[in-house]
Ligand binder design. Structure first.
Ligand SMILES: [Zn+2]
Length: 248
């Protein structure tokens, strides 16, 4: 895989970084990433990873734009109400960076279709808004050996976890939430700038992981309090009885 003169120009501020360089930029170009959700978190993740030059991007979202999305989803404008987010996100990416191959999937990812949607990707970034979807995404990531960045934000609190094999996201939340949409932000509210913070952090973690920058983050959960404006990090213990990764 090589970089054209135009790509060298476009990514010059990356390539000058000793942590990235030409080698790291080629790793980004070679990477295939699936983003679950083009909502508040996705609106920060998608521009960051597309701008960074991720070679292939799959955007999975079944929703259409609503007026109440716009305070936290700057991928869209007022005229987009009623249109599918995945397609609009594709248009955004195509305008930003023609070197990114983008594939929109207007589908709700769930246990039945997750494996087929995720297979073949090098990394998954989940910015969905409920536990049932996150678990449906996590299980095939474990089975397929795909690293998962799982990001969530509600009200003033956000979290970003990184999982590769064991422990997995299911070790963290258990089996009680497979049919539960209990933290959906339509009921609880969420600050727009918070989803942007969490989404940007998730994108940074993903880029660092693909390039190989910094310490391995697998099994770590980063928690952000948007009122105190503080981050803290915890390590997730593997669940010996986890139904997803227990036998990995
Ligand atoms: Zn597990």
């Amino acid at each position: 895989m090589s970089l054209s003169d135009e790509e060298l120009d476009r990514y010059a501020r990356h390539i000058v970084l000793p942590q990235i360089g030409g080698v790291g930029q080629k790793k980004l170009k070679a990477a295939s990433v699936a983003v679950i959700g083009a909502g508040g978190i996705g609106s920060a993740v998608i521009p960051a990873v597309a701008g960074a030059g991720i070679g292939k991007l799959t955007i999975i979202d079944s929703d259409e734009v609503e007026l109440s999305n716009l305070h936290r989803q700057p991928l869209f404008g007022e005229a987009d109400a009623g249109k599918p987010k995945a397609e609009l996100a594709m248009t955004f990416v195509s305008r930003l960076n023609r070197f990114v191959g983008v594939s929109p999937k207007i589908q709700r990812i769930a246990t039945e279709n997750a494996r087929a949607l995720l297979v073949g990707h090098d990394l998954v970034i989940d910015g969905s808004d409920n536990f049932a979807t996150r678990l449906a995404v996590s299980d095939p990531c474990v089975a397929l050996g795909i690293p998962l960045v799982s990001a969530a934000a509600v009200q003033f609190k956000g979290q970003v976890g990184f999982f590769r094999g064991r422990p997995c996201y299911r070790c963290f939340v258990g089996d009680a939430f497979d049919a539960d949409d209990c933290d959906n932000c339509s009921e609880l509210g969420v600050l727009g700038a918070l989803t942007a913070t969490i989404g940007s952090f998730a994108a940074l973690l993903a880029i660092n992981s693909i390039v190989g920058i910094g310490e391995d983050q697998a099994g770590k959960l980063h928690l952000f309090d948007g009122e105190k404006l503080e981050w803290r990090t915890m390590r997730i213990p593997p669940d010996p009885g986890c139904s997803a990764c227990g036998s990995v």
